[in-house]
Design a protein around this ligand. Structure first.
Ligand SMILES: NC(=O)c1ccc[n+]([C@@H]2O[C@H](COP(=O)([O-])OP(=O)(O)OC[C@H]3O[C@@H](n4cnc5c(N)ncnc54)[C@H](OP(=O)(O)O)[C@@H]3O)[C@@H](O)[C@H]2O)c1
Length: 330
């Protein structure tokens, strides 16, 4: 790590999602858009020129070998995260990795162990957790307005029409659960504030074994439950949080952009209806980059701990591997 007051960032891959993160690194006063790596050297050079990186690299390992780089953002397909997180830690880099951080619980436990040993920060990029919209939902859900939470319903669906997409390639990622199901699990666990006692799932797999749709029930206690639906064959997202005093209805609960948005609150007695407006001056990605950068400079943990990722992934892996195939549901 350099002694400068700025964090020099490197990015592994030229993935589409980088477009949300590059301006965040560029615009923050304590971070530098230093290096971009691609499997293809020409692509890396052109990408660096287009986005204003200081250096480009024709392989991911070459970027990791540059001693100027303090932190890497990994936007590779999910199935490659584990390998490259360990390689980055080995070269002394802090790591912000896209969700879902790995595909297996034993892998995230190993990452946690190595990061602890090397005194480096690793965080999974659940950027929505930083955003004022989710912070306001959480504040309402935990207040007397909602009371004791009894049930959460959440749905997140994202069309995958391109058969070449990384999400549909066995080995590169665990399908719909790793892509969008991870958000829904994270949302339910965070809103409830503790871990479920048990869960069960029905999953529809395609002919190549990729999970395309999942229905999950989470039992947190006999009177605290959640249902999740996630899908690659429809689109859109909503959530409802039902408590003993009232409920929240939320369209697009994972909204992370700048601007203004609202969710609805209804009291149980029918007396109150509120449109809760939330304004955001920064994106979730910007807030995430700023926090992770400052965690490095101030030598303090970033906002989202790896223990949270371990708990999320324990359920995720079980759903993908042991979900009851929908064709057998009867
Ligand atoms: N937080 C969010 O808002 C958000 C949104 C979307 C996606 N994501 C996550 O971000 C990651 C990337 O998603 P994306 O849709 O942006 O990916 P993408 O556009 O498909 O790009 C993936 C990149 O990985 C590299 N790569 C290495 N090996 C590859 C292989 N065998 N096949 C294909 N690409 C390979 C390629 O970069 P080079 O050719 O340059 O090496 C490629 O550009 C995933 O983990 C996803 O879950 C997060």
């Amino acid at each position: 790590m350099t002694q400068s007051k700025k964090v020099d960032w490197g990015i592994l891959s030229t993935a589409k999602i980088n477009r949300a993160v590059i301006p965040a690194i560029k615009n923050f006063e304590y971070s530098t858009l230093y290096g971009i790596a691609s499997r293809d050297e020409k692509k890396a050079t052109a990408y660096a020129a287009e986005h204003g990186f200081e250096k480009s690299f024709g392989s991911y390992q070459k970027l990791l070998d540059d001693p100027n780089i303090d932190a890497v953002y990994i936007s590779l397909p999910n199935g490659l995260h584990y390998e490259w997180i360990l390689k980055a830690l080995d070269r002394g880099k802090h790591v912000l990795c896209e969700k879902s951080i790995t595909t297996r619980e034993d892998e995230i436990r190993e990452i946690n162990r190595v990061a602890g040993e090397k005194k480096l920060w690793v965080m999974e990029g659940f950027m929505y957790r930083y955003h004022p919209f989710f912070q306001k939902v959480l504040q309402y859900a935990r207040s007397d307005r909602v009371g004791e939470i009894q049930n959460i319903q959440i749905s997140r669906a994202a069309w995958q029409r391109n058969p070449q997409d990384i999400r549909l390639q066995p080995g590169l990622g665990p399908g719909v659960m790793g892509d969008v199901g991870c958000y829904c699990l994270n949302f339910c666990r965070t809103i409830m504030g503790f871990e479920p006692l048990s869960w069960d799932a029905h999953v529809r797999y395609n002919e190549r074994g990729v999970d395309m749709e999942a229905l999950i029930r989470l039992i947190f206690s006999p009177q605290k439950t959640a249902q999740i639906f996630c899908s690659f064959t429809t689109n859109g997202s909503f959530a409802s949080i039902i408590g003993t005093n009232g409920r929240l209805n939320i369209v697009e609960p994972f909204w992370v952009r700048e601007g203004e948005r609202e969710f609805l609150y209804f009291s149980d007695d029918g007396q109150k209806q509120e449109r809760v407006k939330v304004a955001a001056s920064k994106t979730g990605h910007a807030l995430e980059i700023e926090d992770f950068t400052m965690a490095i400079l101030e030598n303090r943990p970033p906002y989202l701990p790896l223990d949270d990722s371990i708990d999320n992934l324990t359920i995720l892996q079980d759903v993908v591997e042991n979900g009851k195939p929908l064709s057998d549901a009867g």
